[in-house]
Design a protein. Structure first.
Lengths: 127, 210
């Protein structure tokens, strides 16, 4: 009755979505495309990686981050909040990643301290 | 756990255990394309040896760091959004200073060809963008607040994962004796191998309606 136009519209829109990326109107929302090109070059690809390769790597990375975050949330839900330590726990077996994360966190701490010191110095100069 | 074991040093030791195939280039010098391939193999060895920031090429960057800090101070309130400049990764941080490693790194970097240097620069400077990652994390977790350390950590993990993907894809290409840009079929094979190695988190529920 009055529902049919709405359901028909919903059905057609879902149909066009189900057709996937073959539809010309649909645009893939890329999150990391530009940076991924530089990154892939840095890791061993050509200077200009193929766009389909970049798109595939982006999809894989998004799926990886999503799955990793879901797992971390499962772990974090036991203690309440999602914490950084949940991610560190998940990659505990992967030593290169673990050490890199520790390095990044340490660098961030240092930057925070440096900024605080900068603040203090500026205040002293003003006074 | 070994003290201050470099992430890439550890990766290199793991690789040496697995004895990866040599660079896909057959024979010595060759043309520009070959040069870049060789450069890649060399960079894999050297860049992974020490990820420690290098001061030799860009001593001026140190002053830029303080400028970046000033900028960051002006910009941020509680969320330290853009505090880290790209140059920061290239300046030395004294916490994990190792003069022997630094010296080794200097000698290696000084001998880089232009091609190798440009690739190394891309390797060091590229990073997934934090605002985008934050958007993704908020979408996945459903919570509105994601702390900065978490974004930084996830960006780092993801970057290393991309590295594993691309390097494994190059290994796959070497096995198939192909050259040129990496194609999606190589990435798919590389992804399959990483899954077998257990480096990809497995979903407890299979993914439907992709």
């Amino acid at each position: 009755m009055s529902n049919t136009p709405a359901t028909a519209a919903a059905a057609s829109s879902s149909k066009s979505k189900a057709a996937g990326t073959s539809q010309p109107q649909e645009k893939r929302k890329t999150l990391f495309q530009k940076e991924l090109q530089h990154m892939m070059y840095g890791f061993g690809d050509e200077q200009n990686p193929l766009p389909e390769t970049v798109a595939l790597v982006e999809d894989i990375v998004v799926e990886y981050v999503t799955d990793l975050t879901h797992k971390a949330q499962e772990i974090g839900s036991k203690r309440g909040r999602l914490l950084v330590d949940d991610f560190l726990y998940l990659i505990r077996k992967d030593l290169p990643k673990l050490n890199r994360c520790r390095e990044l966190l340490a660098m961030q701490e240092e930057l925070k301290q440096a900024r605080k010191a900068f603040d203090v110095d500026e205040k002293e100069l003003v006074d | 756990m070994k003290h201050s074991k470099d992430p890439f040093e550890a990766a290199i030791e793991e690789e040496q255990e697995e004895s990866p195939p040599e660079s896909p280039v057959g024979g010595g010098g060759g043309g520009g394309g070959d040069g870049s391939e060789e450069g890649r193999a060399e960079i894999d060895q050297t860049a992974e040896e020490d990820e420690r920031p290098v001061d030799v090429r860009r001593p001026a960057k140190k002053s830029k760091t303080s400028v970046a800090v000033a900028e960051a101070r002006n910009k941020d309130d509680d969320e330290e959004e853009e505090e880290e400049n790209m140059e920061v990764e290239l300046t030395k941080y004294p916490t994990s200073a190792d003069p022997a490693k630094m010296a080794k790194m200097q000698t290696i970097l000084s001998q880089f060809t232009e091609d190798q240097m440009s690739r190394y620069e891309s390797f060091r400077r590229s990073a997934l963008q934090r605002p985008q990652m934050k958007k993704l994390l908020i979408g996945v977790t459903g919570s509105q607040k994601i702390g900065m350390p978490m974004i930084i950590v996830v960006c780092g993990i993801a970057k290393m994962f991309v590295g594993e993907l691309v390097e494994t894809a190059r290994v796959v290409m070497a096995e198939r004796k192909e050259s040129g840009p990496i194609r999606p079929c190589h990435i798919r094979e590389s992804y399959r191998r990483l899954k077998l190695e257990g480096k990809v988190p497995k979903r407890s529920v299979p993914r439907l309606f992709r």
